[in-house]
Design a protein around this ligand. Sequence first.
Ligand code: PEP
Ligand code: MN
Length: 341
Amino acid sequence: MVVIMKQNFTREQMEAAVRFMEAGGVRVMVSKGSETTILGAEGNAAGIDREKLEQLPGVERVMAVSEPYKKANRKYHPDDTVIALPNGKSIGGKELCVIAGPCSVETEAQINAVAERVKRAGAAALRGGAFKPRTSPYSFQGLEDEGLRLLRGAGDHTGLPVVTEIMDVEHIDLFQRCVDVIQVGARNMQNFNLLKQLGRHTDKPILLKRGMSATIEEWLMSAEYIMASGNPNVILCERGIRTFETFTRNTLDLSAVLAVKQQSHLPVVVDPSHACGKAWMVERMSMAAVAAGADGLIIEVHNDPQHAWCDGAQSITPDQFDALMPKLKTMAECVGRTLEV
Ligand code: PEP
Ligand code: MN
C-alpha cells in the first residue's frame, strides 16, 4: 500500500498518517519526490483501515500495491534513482553511462592498454573480471586477488571507477576496499545469502545481472533482497536470457528494459556482449538498447580479441569502441539523453 500526500500537506499531517499506518502493523518508508511525497507501507497492510486513512487531512489518495517488491517499486519512489560514481559520473541520470573493458583481467599490460583506450573514447567506468564464473572447472578461473590488484591499478591510473564480479561472501571486505561497483553475475542472481550480505555490509553500488532464466519479477525481487538488507544502490543489468535460439549466445530482452524502467526507479544497463556472444552484433544492439531507454551499457572490449583468455568472440576492439561511442551519442540525443565522447 502507498499513500500519496496532497501537494500542500503539513508535517503534522504526514506524521499523523505515518502513525496511523504504523498502528496498523506496517513500517513506513517516506519518499520525498520532486512532485509528490509518498508513504510506502512495508509489511502486511491488511490491518490498516484504508477508508479512514484516505480521510485523514493531507492525504490525497491510497493505492494498493500488488507487486511483491516494494523498495525497488516505482510506486514507492516515483523519481528515478541516480547512482553517483567516484569520478563525478553517475548512472540513471540524463547522461548515459558506458562501462567498458575486457571480460577478464589477464596481464598488467592488457588491462592498462584497454583502460587507457576506453577512457580516451569516453567510457565512464572500467570493467574486468578477476573472479570468473566459468561453466568448466578446466577453463581459466580469473587471476583472483592479483586480478583485482591490476584492475584497481588500471582504474587509478586512468581515473576510471572499476566494476568487477563477486562470487563469494568471503570477499565482501576485499571488494569493499578496492572495487567501486560490485557486479553480481547472472549465475548468482538468486544467491540470496550473497544478496543479503551485500545489502548488510556495503553501500557500494551493486550491478545486478538478470539471471539467464529469471523473470522480470524474480530479478526485481533479487534487487529487493539487497535493498531490504540495507543497500539502496542497485543497478539492474539485462544481459540476455536463455531461449530456444542457438544462433546468439542468449536472447537480448530489450522489452525488459522498458518493463523494468516502468516498474522500478532503479537504473538499468544493457550488456550486449554476453547477450549476443558475437562482436559484430555489439554496435547495433548497443544502439538499440539506448533507443529502448537503457541508462547505460556494459561492453566487453579487448585489445586482442583473438587471443583473449575468455569471451574473445564477443569482445570488440578499442578501434571498434572508438567508432561506437559517437554513434551512441547520436542515439542518446534522439531519446533526450547525453553522452560526452
Ligand atoms: C561477465 O560479465 O563477465 C559475466 C560473466 O556475465 P554474466 O554473469 O552476465 O554471464
Ligand atoms: Mn565475459
